[in-house]
Design a protein around this ligand. Structure first.
Ligand code: NDP
Ligand code: MG
Length: 385
């Protein structure tokens, strides 16, 4: 029985992780979890998961109320609380499914604590890739990807050696606006941007899919997860999201992982590796329903944030932290209808261009770069708000 601490339990990945755990009760149990502000969802989860002993919420006031309702559980709050959950002793797997930069410090804490890491929070690797890699090495810890493209690549790599990899091919659906040109992007609304054609995900990642910032993050994530140089990571638009990503080997064999668009498989595989558990409540992929699969170039002109992510990845340092924080802040402003869709791109590009570059940042530098980039974006749009 593997014991799990789950950050971001009330979110899209979090609730699907709970679903996986409830369908494999003989394999897993959740002993600690975190929610943000969705207290009703949290209460539902606590009914479903009687083994949960440790719970963290975003705000202290909610924590105080919940303490009275559930006096037998241990309560934590805020970012310190997330770190305290990661530092608990009595568990095996740390699932990092909180959204945003706040996932980094808990991930580093869980690594130091020698727990297996199942990572959905790609921001940890985008902002702090070298720190995470160094910590994994130092503490002899393994990290399994939950992001579907990276889970696909991880599956395609099984049984092969690193030196025989020619390139990674990361597929992209193209997001909600894949059929619009740049001129048409000027007037798009939040509601339109939130309608992802293939996946049902949290708000931030859905917007990041529309700008392709998400794919840029995934290129950086792939670089750190699989130790592959950026020159050998391609992005390919594949609108059906049937192929979740591929590995091309130096004999030109290409391994692809194919399946329905369902995050439960990558979540389940990250928890059960190397074992494959039975999938439940779902039909397998049916080729006859997909008579044609489409592939298109991911144009760097059409998707400037994808281009930027390659540049940021190659330069390294604190640029990943700046890019992520600027995007996080700009997406928040867009979701609150303060700035336009294309202003997200401007915010991120300007933050990366203008803020101070640090080649070998410490964790403190990364945290400061994150704060500075957020302030930069807030100041940038102060006049229009
Ligand atoms: P959601 O927005 O659905 O969920 C985010 C989670 O983080 C919720 O539990 C939320 O709590 C919590 N949270 C938000 N703000 C805070 C805060 N201030 N303090 C503490 N907790 C907070 O996101 P997703 O599940 O879509 O994404 C989670 C991570 O997984 C992201 O890093 C994303 O990039 C990655 N990912 C997601 C995929 C998907 O299919 N959704 C696919 C691949 C990667 P609450 O709702 O209670 O406020
Ligand atoms: Mg993905």
């Amino acid at each position: 029985m593997k014991r799990i601490v789950l950050l971001g339990a009330t979110g899209s990945i979090g609730t699907q992780t709970v679903d996986v755990v409830l369908h494999h009760k003989d394999e897993f149990c959740i002993v600690g979890l975190s929610a943000g502000r969705n207290i009703n969802k949290l209460k539902e989860l606590l009914e479903l998961l009687p083994n949960v002993q440790h719970v963290c919420v975003a705000d202290e006031s909610s924590m105080e109320e919940l303490k009275e309702l559930y006096p037998n559980k241990c309560w934590y709050c805020g970012d310190d609380g997330l770190k305290q959950l990661a530092a608990l002793q009595d568990y095996d797997i740390f699932v990092d499914a909180v959204v945003g930069f706040r996932g980094l410090v808990p991930a580093l804490t869980a690594i130091k604590n020698k727990k297996i890491i199942a990572l959905a929070n790609k921001e940890s690797l985008v902002a702090g890739g070298p720190l995470v890699k160094q910590a994994l090495k130092e503490h002899g810890v393994t990290l399994y990807p939950i992001d579907s493209e990276h889970s696909a690549i991880f599956q395609c790599l099984q049984g092969n050696t690193h030196d025989s990899v020619d390139k990674l091919i990361v597929t992209a659906s193209g997001g909600s606006f894949r059929d619009l040109n740049r001129e048409q992007l000027k007037d798009v609304t939040v509601e339109q941007a939130l309608k992802h054609p293939n996946w049902n995900m949290g708000g931030r990642i859905t917007i990041d899919s529309a700008t392709m910032m998400n794919k840029g993050f995934e290129v950086i994530e792939a670089h750190y997860l699989f130790d592959i140089p950026y020159e050998k990571i391609d992005v390919l638009i594949h609108r059906e999201s049937a192929i979740h990503s591929m590995v091309q080997y130096n004999d030109h064999a290409i391994m692809a992982q194919i399946g329905t668009a369902d995050m439960r498989l990558p979540i389940q595989y990250a928890l059960s590796y190397p074992k494959r558990l039975t999938m439940y409540d779902a039909e397998p992929f049916d080729f006859l329903k997909y008579s044609t699969l489409h592939f298109e170039e991911a144009s760097m002109e059409r998707y400037p944030l994808l281009k930027l992510a390659y540049e940021v990845g190659k330069k390294g340092g604190n640029l990943g932290a700046i890019m992520n924080a600027a995007d996080e802040e700009a997406v928040r402003l867009f979701l609150n209808k303060k700035i336009s869709f294309l202003d997200i791109e401007t915010s991120v590009i300007e933050a990366v261009k203008q803020l101070t570059f640090i080649q070998d940042p410490t964790l403190e530098d990364i945290i400061n770069s994150d704060l500075t980039a957020r302030e930069f974006v807030k100041n940038m749009w102060k006049g229009v708000m």
